[in-house]
Write a protein that binds this ligand. Structure first.
Ligand SMILES: [Zn+2]
Length: 568
């Protein structure tokens, strides 16, 4: 086991001790070693457990691992009723995505995907949608990135008006932090020359003061509030589709970043129906009705055999780099009058940290720009500087001030990274930041060597790919999921497969206070497996993204069998 995680295990013990007064972690069922298995899985297991790294069989009872070893040794767990399942390929501990947006993923699956398209291709898609959409209905899409275009500039309403003169259109940028509207859309949202941008948002304008059609961060609400909300049935369909997609990608756990009460309600419905295929660790919205609801209650830990946990709040200190909403300490290189957006004050954030911690919740804070990251660490240090046990999470950590690098390890703040951003950032972040700061974008190896606890997620759909194999490939090659740039982007930040896999399995489990239950293949843990076509340790770095997921197993149940997704 690597050094940084041994340190984490110490924190884990401290945290369990501190929390034992308010809410006990769901316990490992008492069971003697001689108990019979309901299932014995055979195959080639790479356990990521340093004491027992390889095995050819795993015995499972009631969803948990009873024993790991050689197939011949595990015969003693076999009873007349025991199922034997031979798994193909190579079995690893189930992959977690430590930062994903489940509802947005479901929505993305229903919408035109604009990822990687030129502006002309996007306008063509909109034209096609206009032809089949009843007049007056909104046309929406997501995933465009002006970083692919020449010239690489924000689009305008006029671009869209040519193909959609009558339908309102809203196309969300890949990061979800800006939106491109046509004139009809602006009109329905009541956005005119006179409209003031709400706090934490901006309405881009031309030299005459007219809105161009681009809205950033909180200004997007001016539009989303006039778009008819999806029905409950639509929302449920999206959640189910997103979780099935997650299982197909080989994910057994997702950390859902910024979830509202309605969605948590849907998760509970699916849990009650026995149709939640993967585990969900909820970062509840840290403001508004959802926060109020949970602040008045205790965390909900390990519901439905650890399938659903609500014990974390997500806060947002700034926006995103691509939309120039990330809060920087010095102006943007390509917009010298801008330094980004502040979405939450230090005072409000300190209040959230204190209240959440008092109630036994974790806080995960979105901080992308160097200024926002410094603020996140400053407020944490001033408010809870002696509490590494709360496992404070900084989500994204995109533009790091080198002076902040040692603070993660020192404060016990976790760095939650999205390795696949390398693709997107390599396309345009030097424009935004200039040559000095760009070297400090997504500095994975530096963080690990500083002894920071580093975990990986995709931020999908605010990213090029939601596949954990994409994440693995990006960590090891420092190329985006499309294989660019050729030699890797700041290749000195590459890490090896073993360390990369830790950030996708063991460390997310720790970041969710679930290290007793998830992360390695060891007795007492849930039988969560990701079955791959080959062992990533034995695959050339460039071939990692050609690996395929053959099976996904959650709690001993096959939830993805290579062709279709089955729900428990
Ligand atoms: Zn996110």
């Amino acid at each position: 086991m690597t050094h940084f995680f041994r340190r984490g295990a110490g924190l884990a013990a401290a945290a369990l001790f501190l929390l034992s007064g308010c809410s006990p972690p769901s316990g490992v069922p008492a069971r003697t070693a001689a108990g019979a298995a309901d299932t014995i899985f055979t195959g080639r297991f790479v356990t990521l457990d340093a004491d027992n790294p390889e095995a050819s069989a795993i015995a499972v009872a009631d969803g948990r691992i009873l024993a790991v070893g050689a197939a011949s040794d595990l015969q003693r767990y076999e009873a007349a009723t025991t199922r034997r399942i031979a798994l193909p390929g190579v079995v690893l501990p189930g992959f977690a995505d430590a930062h994903i947006h489940v509802m947005a993923l479901g929505e993305q699956l229903e919408m035109p995907d604009l990822r990687g398209l030129t502006k002309a291709e996007i306008l063509n898609r909109v034209k096609e949608a206009v032809a089949v959409t009843p007049q007056g209905e909104w046309i929406q899409g997501r995933g465009w990135d002006q970083g692919f275009w020449k010239p690489s500039v924000f689009p305008t309403a006029a671009d869209l008006d040519g193909v959609a003169p009558n339908h309102p259109v809203m196309l969300t940028r890949i990061d979800g932090h800006s939106a491109w509207l046509n004139s009809r859309g602006l009109e329905l949202a009541g956005i005119t020359r006179e409209t003031k941008a709400p706090e934490g948002g901006s309405i881009l304008r031309d030299t005459s003061g007219r809105p161009t059609g681009m809205l950033v961060d909180r200004a997007i609400y001016l539009v989303t509030k006039v778009i008819p909300p999806p029905t409950q049935a639509q929302l449920e369909r999206r959640v189910v589709a997103a979780l099935e997609q997650s299982a197909r990608w080989g994910l057994t756990s997702v950390h859902d970043a910024g979830v509202d009460l309605q969605t948590i309600g849907l998760y509970k419905d699916l849990l009650a129906a026995g149709t939640l295929p993967v585990r969900i660790y909820v970062m509840a919205q840290g403001t508004g009705a959802t926060a109020e609801h949970y602040f008045a209650r205790s965390p909900e830990i390990g519901l439905g055999e650890d399938r659903l946990t609500i014990r974390s709040f997500k806060a947002m200190l700034d926006g995103a780099l691509g939309s120039r909403g990330a809060q920087l300490a010095a102006p943007y290189a390509d917009a010298p009058e801008e330094t980004g957006l502040e979405l939450m004050t230090d005072e409000a954030f300190a209040r959230l940290l204190r209240t959440a911690t008092d109630k036994g919740y974790q806080v995960a804070v979105h901080a992308i720009g160097d200024r926002a990251i410094t603020r996140a660490l400053d407020v944490f240090e001033q408010t809870l500087g002696d509490r590494p046990d709360v496992r404070f999470r900084v989500e994204h950590v995109s533009v790091l001030n080198p002076a902040d690098l040692p603070r993660f390890a020192r404060l016990g703040a976790l760095a939650s990274l999205q390795p696949n951003f390398v693709g997107e950032y390599s396309r345009w972040s030097e424009d935004r930041l200039g040559p000095a700061r760009v070297r400090w974008v997504k500095t994975t190896r530096d963080l690990l060597e500083s002894k920071a606890v580093v975990l990986s997620g995709s931020d999908y759909p605010a990213a090029d790919s939601g596949s954990p194999l994409g994440t693995l490939y990006c960590l090891v090659t420092r190329k985006g999921v499309r294989g660019e740039p050729q030699g890797g982007w700041f290749p000195d930040q590459r890490i090896d497969v073993a360390r990369a896999l830790q950030t996708m399995t063991v460390v997310p489990a720790f970041a969710a206070f679930q290290e007793e239950h998830l992360g390695t293949l060891a007795p007492g843990r849930w039988a969560d497996f990701t079955v791959l076509s080959a062992d990533p340790h034995e695959v050339a770095p460039d071939d990692l993204r050609d690996l395929t997921v053959l099976r996904t197993v959650v709690g001993g149940q096959i939830v993805f069998d290579g062709e279709k997704v089955s729900m428990r």
